[in-house]
Design a protein around this ligand. Structure first.
Ligand code: PLP
Length: 395
């Protein structure tokens, strides 16, 4: 096996320099435990930025993925295949949405949502109405393509890559501000948001605000696009996070946890938007790849099984209580829902905490100035205890 230094040198020599990596190389693992190239074990509170929803190398997931890879890895979207169709049905039956477009990533799922919202208004109101603008929220994050960067409500992402895509208006999560923007602009076709701004610092929107926004949008025929890429697939203790508030979006985007660690994105349409895209309007060579879909079917079966979402909520509450018990003096705030938590600490910056905890054998994330936890949804209470003990040892 290569040493850490061999791996690091090869990576640095040949991979584009876009990630500031930690000095660790993971090679394997099981559920919420990673193993590095030297054999050291880590408790995983990050699940690969929320992708490994069933943890590392879940048996049922690995079996389904291997079986599909050995049977047929891909056949192009020119033909039918049973696995992709099965996943689409599961997604629609679980959410009540009507149709799915499969992509490969979150940004691509959002691109699809943006195209759909614009075409909905184009078809209904005509080209001359120019009803094509989308309100997104300040501090949001929607992806790294030029258009999803443009949709992202943070100036820091609006640099270098000019010209950006036109047609995004940024509002605070404030109904009056959104209403005023809609009325004064006159060209808004959709509002797009995350119910908990993940990259923005784990900042939850208020359920009452979401209900009021939804009622206003329905009245004005403005589509609601909910970006569930980080919050979806049981992460917050409901299958999708908007379900806590009871709203009914027109378009929902998924990625990250859906594939359980394989690349997949999905854009879901309701009865209003299901027929907007037709032949040739959109496509993707790999979208709905059968191997990713086979893994995603196992993820969906697991997270929609009886009691699973309740356990996610319980584990989230347990983590909060444990953190306050062990580190109460160090913590100013814990935000979030289920197993999506943002923690503000008093005495050390988040980046330093994450780096020190990694050395002790705990994998965590940051989000802006906060420490962010997105553990595997299947993490055990023993692993939670051990991870928090290790974290506490750095203070
Ligand atoms: C809310 C949200 N939307 C979109 C994206 C982009 O997803 P991807 O990196 O798969 O393109 C992310 C990724 O962090 C995200 O958190």
């Amino acid at each position: 096996m290569s040493t850490f230094n061999d791996i690091k040198k090869q990576d640095n020599d040949f991979i584009a320099n876009t990630y500031a990596r930690f000095d660790v190389a993971f090679v394997s693992g099981k559920n919420a435990r990673f193993i590095d190239e030297s054999g050291k074990e880590y408790i995983d509170f990050g699940s690969g930025i929320g992708t490994n929803s069933l943890g590392i190398a879940n048996d049922a997931w690995a079996e389904a993925v291997s079986l599909q890879a050995s049977r047929m890895q891909h056949c192009s979207n020119l033909y039918y295949n049973p696995v992709t169709a099965k996943l689409a049905e599961k997604l629609c039956r679980t959410t009540g949405m009507k149709k799915v477009f499969f992509a490969n990533s979150g940004a691509e799922a959002n691109e699809c949502g943006i195209k759909t919202a614009r075409k909905y208004s184009f078809d209904k109101y005509g080209a001359d109405a120019c009803r094509n603008k989308i309100i997104t929220l300040k501090n949001s994050f929607h992806g790294r393509t030029v258009t999803t960067l443009s949709a992202t409500g943070q100036d820091v992402f609006h640099n270098y890559f000019f010209p950006f895509t036109d047609g995004f208006l940024f509002c605070a999560p404030d109904l009056d501000e959104i209403k005023n923007t809609v009325m004064s602009d006159g060209h808004v076709c959709a509002v797009m948001f995350e119910t908990i701004q993940g990259e923005g610092g784990v900042l939850p929107l208020d359920d009452g605000f979401l209900r009021d926004l939804s009622a206003f949008a329905a009245k004005e025929d403005i589509l609601l696009i909910v970006d569930e890429i980080q919050t979806g697939i049981a992460r917050t203790g409901r299958f999708l996070s908007y379900m806590h508030s009871g709203i009914s979006p027109d378009i929902v985007t998924l990625a990250k946890g859906l594939g359980g660690g394989l690349p997949i994105g999905a854009c879901l349409f309701n009865e209003k938007t299901e027929k907007v895209l037709s032949f040739g309007d959109h496509g993707s060579t790999f979208g709905g790849n059968p191997v990713s879909c086979a893994g995603a079917c196992v993820v969906l079966d697991k997270v929609t099984s009886d009691g699973f979402c309740g356990e996610v909520e319980k584990k989230g509450e347990y983590i909060k209580a444990k953190l306050f018990e062990k580190l109460g003096d160090e913590i100013t705030e814990i935000r979030g829902r289920g197993l999506m938590l943002g923690i503000d600490f008093k005495s050390k910056p988040a980046k330093q905490i994450v780096a020190e905890a990694l050395k002790k054998g705990v994998v965590m994330l940051t989000a802006k100035q906060s420490v962010r936890l997105l553990p595997p949804l299947t993490i055990t209470y023993e692993d939670i205890d051990e991870g928090i003990e290790k974290l506490a040892s750095i203070f």
